[in-house]
Write a protein that binds this ligand. Structure first.
Ligand code: C2E
Ligand code: CA
Length: 511
């Protein structure tokens, strides 16, 4: 039995490799593998039994379980558990196969508008119900079994085989939009939702699966930028912008490698006295021709291009160098956006041995924004666990300005909350703002965690915050983000040039 199962998996793998050029599907390979294995198994069992001593009791059963588990994992990786549609992995394979076979296909990406808000307001269970209905509707639209897939949280795909012409694609897009905008039965009521679509067709917008997906994704982003609830087909202007994005990716990538993305530091002080407690690390791009670029000018695009992970690592490396002689009490807060969560978990889980030599990870605070939290709660929870394993702390950033779901605070073990600037700058102008800030502070007191007010620009605001019970503040009143050299002066540390000069003198003396 074990040999049969192993035979099946091995035959499937071998067939898949051998037939890769003919685009044989995994499913077909598995079926053929199963047939081969069922014939070959008795003979191979006999041969193995002749050649090897009898296996210990239970070894066969264990091996069979392992093989069955492999098949199960393989199937699970290709199928989305929640909706039963193909997963991203399975779908990209199908797309490649169809492109080889049919040449002309159109790819429609579907994104549910404001899905995070739906999850935040109605809860994850309702969100799941809606996703299942989207999947059912896509299944009806897809002519064949592999024509629809769930690619991410609320991102789906539909494959149109051999569309007749542009008119045909437009007709299908409009019909799909109508179908997906019908009310959704979920949580015992009918919910009104809209969707955004992005469409690209091969060969014009991409001749392989990656290129076609990139074009459809771009069209989808254009629909989103125009306010959602609509559809766009990739056009020549898209191709031009895609080329520009590729250029930007090259330039930013080179800047990361050259060390041009640097950390700036802004102090966070204790209230009421104003003594420095820690520094927030804020990214800056030291561009040779433009002036210093701030994060909002490059982080969102870097996130779309998948470069934020590399930016974080480059920043952390520089922070480790900059801060090695800063006093131990001085903590460092780094920012993480949704696209960086996985990289940061990997960093805390896999790299610490190496990094602990360079930097004390327990000195780190990681600031997580509400949109990141809403996008992937499970991953945020995993990150917080990883942080706590190393004595690092988790901060809920910009609280009050995103989704402000109290479930997040109840279920996640945050060590600190940062009240967003939107509430702090207008604190004295509006009694309703003060009521909200008071409520947030009492929440922090109840949970027994640090409360930091961001965007403090005047002594009067600092004083009021202190009276309301806020224990930390950050803002232009105390300091603007500055390079490490200025922080060294603030901390009364010798500047790095003089350290290097001393080192050079010592080394010269030793030689
Ligand atoms: P944030 O996390 O809210 O960071 C604070 C931002 O507020 C900083 O802008 C800071 O310069 C600004 N600020 C501080 N005090 C005041 C004040 O009193 N008044 C006003 N009006 N603004 C103040 P910056 O450096 O431009 O950063 C913008 C955002 O970019 C940050 O917002 C953070 O979300 C993001 N960011 C910065 N560095 C990184 C990074 O390395 N990775 C990621 N993912 N995001 C980053
Ligand atoms: Ca922050």
């Amino acid at each position: 039995m074990a040999v049969a199962a192993f035979g099946m998996v091995a035959a499937a793998v071998l067939l898949r490799q051998a037939w890769a050029n003919h685009a044989a599907s995994w499913a077909l390979a598995l079926l053929v593998g199963l047939a081969l294995a069922s014939c070959a198994a008795p003979a191979s069992v006999w041969l193995i039994r002749r050649a090897a001593p009898e296996p210990p009791d239970g070894a066969d059963a264990q091996a069979a379980q392992l093989a069955a588990r492999q098949v199960e994992l393989f199937r699970a990786a290709r199928q989305d558990v929640l909706t039963g549609l193909q997963s991203r992995i399975g779908f990209l394979d199908t797309l490649a196969t169809r492109l080889n076979a049919a040449g002309s296909v159109a790819l429609v990406l579907v994104d549910v508008d404001k899905f995070s808000r739906l999850n935040g307001v109605h809860g994850d269970g309702t969100g799941d119900e809606v996703l299942r209905v989207v999947a059912d509707r896509l299944r009806t639209m897809a002519g064949h079994r592999d024509g629809a897939a769930r690619l991410g949280a609320d991102e789906f795909a539909l494959l149109l085989d051999r569309p007749e012409d542009l008119q045909d694609i437009k007709h299908t897009a409009a019909a799909l939009q109508r179908l997906l905008s019908e009310p959704y039965p979920a949580a015992g009521e009918l919910l009104d939702l809209t969707v955004s679509l992005g469409i690209a067709s091969a060969p014009q917008h991409g001749q392989n699966a990656d290129a076609l997906y990139g074009s459809a994704r771009f069209a989808l982003q254009q629909t989103k930028k125009a306010g959602g609830n609509g559809w766009r087909i990739c056009g020549q202007d898209h191709a031009d912008v895609l080329r520009l994005r590729d250029k930007f990716r090259d330039v930013l990538s080179a800047a990361i490698d050259a060390g041009d993305i640097v950390p700036y530091y802004q102090s966070i002080v204790r209230l009421p006295e104003g003594g420095i407690a820690r520094f927030e690390v804020l990214a800056r791009w030291k561009h040779s021709k433009l002036s210093m670029l701030t994060p909002d000018q490059f982080i969102p695009l870097a996130e779309e291009l998948g470069l934020t992970g590399r930016i974080s690592m480059a920043l952390l490396r520089q922070v480790a160098l900059d801060t090695q002689d800063w006093p131990q009490w001085c903590r460092l807060a780094i920012n993480v956006s949704a696209g960086q969560l996985r990289d940061l978990i990997g960093f805390f889980r896999e790299q610490p041995g190496d990094w602990q030599r360079r930097m004390d990870l327990s000195r780190l605070d990681v600031e997580i924004t509400e949109p990141a939290l809403v996008r992937d709660r499970a991953m945020v929870r995993e990150l917080i666990d990883a942080l706590h394993t190393h004595g690092a702390r988790a901060v809920l950033d910009n609280f009050g300005c995103g989704y402000s779901n109290l479930f997040h605070l109840r279920d996640m073990d945050f060590d600190s909350i940062k009240i967003g600037k939107g509430f702090v700058t207008t604190l004295l102008d509006d009694p309703r703002t003060e009521a909200c800030v008071t409520a947030m502070l009492s929440l922090g007191q109840g949970l027994n965690i640090d409360m930091v007010a961001d965007g403090v620009e005047s002594p009067a605001i600092a004083e009021r915050l202190s009276q309301l019970g806020c224990n930390f503040a950050q803002g232009f009143l105390y300091a603007h983000p500055s390079p490490a050299s200025e922080v060294r002066r603030l901390l009364n540390l010798p500047d790095t040039n003089s350290i290097q000069a001393t080192l050079a003198t010592v080394q010269a003396g030793a030689a």
